[in-house]
Write a protein that binds this ligand. Sequence first.
Ligand code: ZN
Ligand code: ZN
Ligand code: ZN
Ligand code: ZN
Length: 358
Amino acid sequence: MDDDQSSIRKDNIFDLVAQNSIDFLINSLDEDEINKKTKYSIINFSAGIELLLKARLIHEHWSLVIIGEPNFQSFKDGNARTLNFKALLPQIKSAIDGKIPHYEKTKNALNKLADHRNKWIHFYHESCFSSTTGVDLDVIIADQFLVWFLIKELIDDEWSNIFHIYRDKIAEIHHQISYHEKYLSIKYDQLKPKINQEIANGAKFTWCSICGHPSFKAIKTERTAFLFHGECLVCHNDDVAIMLDCPGCKYCISLFQGELMDNIFCKGCNSELNVKMAISTEVYDPKEGNHPINCAQCWSHDSVVVHDEGYCCCNCFFDDDDCQECEFCYERVIGDSNLEGSFILGYSFCDGRGVDKD
Ligand SMILES: [Zn+2]
Ligand SMILES: [Zn+2]
Ligand SMILES: [Zn+2]
Ligand SMILES: [Zn+2]
């Protein structure tokens, strides 16, 4: 027999799963669905995201989603055990040699989504949901918004040539998330008096890199004075930011991962500012010059600044107490193991002198 079902081939499984994912996502984000059939919006949205992650794995190889001995026949028949939701992103990270820029953040957001989905499947009935209290809707909207934002970034950048044929459908899903944006704006307006009160009491707030509202509450990390971590009170995005006062006008400049360039313009006084120089507290050595400090965590050259007692990479925000120096070129590095023997052998950023030479 060679009917449609039995002719499912390995090379069109990706498309079947991707189309199914898009179908679930489009249905889940409808305004009516969220408000009137909340439970189904959550379940459909989670299913859509789960299938999208599976499609990404299947694009590499269908067996990557299977638990145990892979057997294509049983996979095709829907009888194979496949990875659960929370295991998908770690599998993508370990099995596919690709970048996931906000890995930890994305993993946490997906785990939260999975937990909420499970609660709704097992315990909650539609009648538990009250649109007058708004409590549940708050969590659902923030969850969906954050997960979609992070996944969309992957689809647009790292995975763009895998999902490019679904560009229009992805744009349609993204358009539907505008309802969430409206909702979050209202939430921000409601929170504004509380935020202003906290600012008056000395708390620091800045713009959120996900929802764009000035509702990101930043708390200074212990090691360095300019590195902050925090959470957005509107969309629950947790993030790390570099924050510093413009030397000219004292306007507070905040930069999130991946946004940091060497030179930026202060929004307060429009003057050009070299961020690394503004942060660095390293004393300049006129005899030797200051050798660049590289980051072995994100493979960035000259991205690390010294600040007070610590070192921090301005690209990936990895920070460390100490740095090591290459015995051959005198460049420095954080996040690398022992540099002993680097004169001959070099290290991650340098080949050293080499063994063949005298
Ligand atoms: Zn936010
Ligand atoms: Zn300024
Ligand atoms: Zn780095
Ligand atoms: Zn070297």
